[in-house]
Design a protein around this ligand. Structure first.
Ligand SMILES: Cc1cc2nc3c(=O)[nH]c(=O)nc-3n(C[C@H](O)[C@H](O)[C@H](O)COP(=O)(O)OP(=O)(O)OC[C@H]3O[C@@H](n4cnc5c(N)ncnc54)[C@H](O)[C@@H]3O)c2cc1C
Ligand code: FES
Length: 279
C-alpha cells in the first residue's frame, strides 16, 4: 500500500451529482486489482476539514497511449456531503493525498476458465464503480459477464458507454421507467436466473444494502456463489478503529465482526448477517 501526493488530471461532470475524477498516479495504478479502493484526502491542505480521508473504489485504470502502461486512476464520485463536495470543487493540476490500493477485491482466477461460464454483475447506482475492472478481468478469463444496471432514473445510470464498448450483454432498469425495464434491478436478475437454471453462474453485486441483500437471497435460492462489495463509514482504513465492522457468521454459524476495510470490501455474501446493516 502506498501513500502518495497525486495530481488531478481532470474532473468530468456526469450529471445528477456524479463525477469522474482522474488522478495521475502511475505507481498506484500498476498495483490495482478489481474491487480495491483508495482513501483520498478531499482537499489540498491536510489541516482542513474533513480531516479523515474518504474511501473510493477504482473504476478504471487509464493507460498511456504510447507505452500501454497504467498511468492513472479513474474514480466515480457521487457528491453526498462535505468531503465529496470539496473533492469535486478541486481543479486539474491541484494535488491531494491518496492511500492505496487497499482491501480485498473480487476473486477472479484462471481456475474459473473451465468452471464458470456466466458472471451476473449487479449494480445499483454508484455501485457500478467496481464492476468495470471486474468485467474486463472476467472477459480475460473467458467468462461471459452479463450486467444488470439499475437506478432510480436514467440520470443514475452513468458511464454506460464504457460497458457498451466491451460488447457485453446489459440489462438496464429504472424505478421510474425512464430507461430499460421499469422496476428494481433484482427483477430482471430473478427472471434471468429462472431462464438459466445452471450451476456455472457466479454473481457479483455492489449497491445499496437492501439491493445486495435481495441479490444474496436470489443467489442462495439458486445455489450460486455471490460476492458483494460492501460500504461502511471508515475512520482509519487500516483495521485499527473498528469503525467499519459488519456483523457476520463464521462457518459454524457463530457471530463475528469483520472489518470492511481489511477483510473486505468484497466478501462472500453467505458470511454476512443481512439483518444487521453496518453503521
Ligand atoms: C470501500 C468503499 C468504496 C466506496 N466507493 C465509492 C465510489 O466509488 N464512489 C462514491 O461516490 N462513493 C464511494 N463510497 C462512499 C464514499 O466513501 C462516501 O460517499 C463518502 O465517504 C462520503 O463523504 P462525504 O464527506 O461527502 O459525506 P459525509 O458528510 O461524511 O456524509 C454524507 C452522507 O453520506 C453518508 N455516507 C458517508 N459515507 C458513507 C459510506 N461509506 N457509505 C454509505 N453512506 C455514507 C452519510 O451517512 C451521510 O448521510 C465508498 C465507500 C466505501 C466504504
Ligand atoms: S476503518 Fe478503521 S478498522 Fe476499518
Amino acid at each position: 500500500m502506498l501513500d502518495r501526493k497525486v495530481k488531478i488530471k481532470s474532473i468530468r461532470d456526469l450529471g445528477s451529482r456524479n463525477y469522474l475524477l482522474t488522478l495521475n498516479a502511475p505507481e498506484q495504478a500498476r498495483l490495482i486489482r478489481p474491487g480495491q479502493f483508495v482513501m483520498l484526502k478531499c482537499i489540498e491542505n491536510v489541516r482542513e476539514d474533513p480531516l479523515l480521508r474518504r474511501p473510493f473504489t477504482i473504476f478504471d485504470v487509464p493507460k498511456s497511449a504510447r507505452s500501454g502502461k497504467p498511468v492513472g486512476l479513474d474514480l466515480l464520485i457521487k457528491e453526498v456531503g462535505m468531503g465529496t463536495r470539496k473533492l469535486i470543487q478541486l481543479r486539474p493540476g491541484q494535488a491531494l493525498f491518496c492511500l492505496g490500493p487497499q482491501g480485498h477485491g473480487f476473486q477472479v482466477s484462471s481456475e474459473m476458465r473451465n468452471r464458470v461460464e456466466i458472471a451476473c454483475l449487479i449494480a445499483g447506482g454508484v455501485g457500478i464503480a467496481p464492476l468495470y475492472l471486474l468485467a474486463q478481468s472476467l472477459l480475460a478469463q473467458n467468462v461471459k459477464p452479463v450486467l444488470f444496471y439499475g437506478g432510480a432514473a436514467i440520470a443514475d445510470l452513468v458511464l454506460r458507454d464504457y460497458f457498451e464498448r466491451l460488447g457485453i450483454d446489459i440489462i438496464y432498469s429504472t424505478e421510474d421507467g425512464s430507461f430499460g425495464e421499469r422496476g428494481v434491478v433484482t427483477q430482471p436478475l430473478a427472471q434471468f436466473l429462472k431462464t438459466h437454471p445452471r450451476r456455472d453462474i457466479r454473481v457479483y453485486a455492489c449497491g445499496p444494502w437492501g439491493m445486495m441483500k435481495a441479490v444474496h437471497a436470489l443467489s442462495a435460492q439458486n445455489n450460486l456463489q455471490c460476492e458483494v462489495s460492501l460500504e461502511a463509514r471508515m475512520g482509519c482504513s487500516l483495521g485499527a478503529c473498528l469503525g467499519c465492522v459488519v456483523r457476520c457468521k463464521d462457518h459454524e454459524g457463530e457471530e463475528q465482526y469483520l472489518r470492511v476495510c481489511q477483510d473486505g470490501p468484497v466478501m462472500n455474501s453467505r458470511l454476512i448477517d443481512w439483518e444487521t446493516a453496518p453503521l
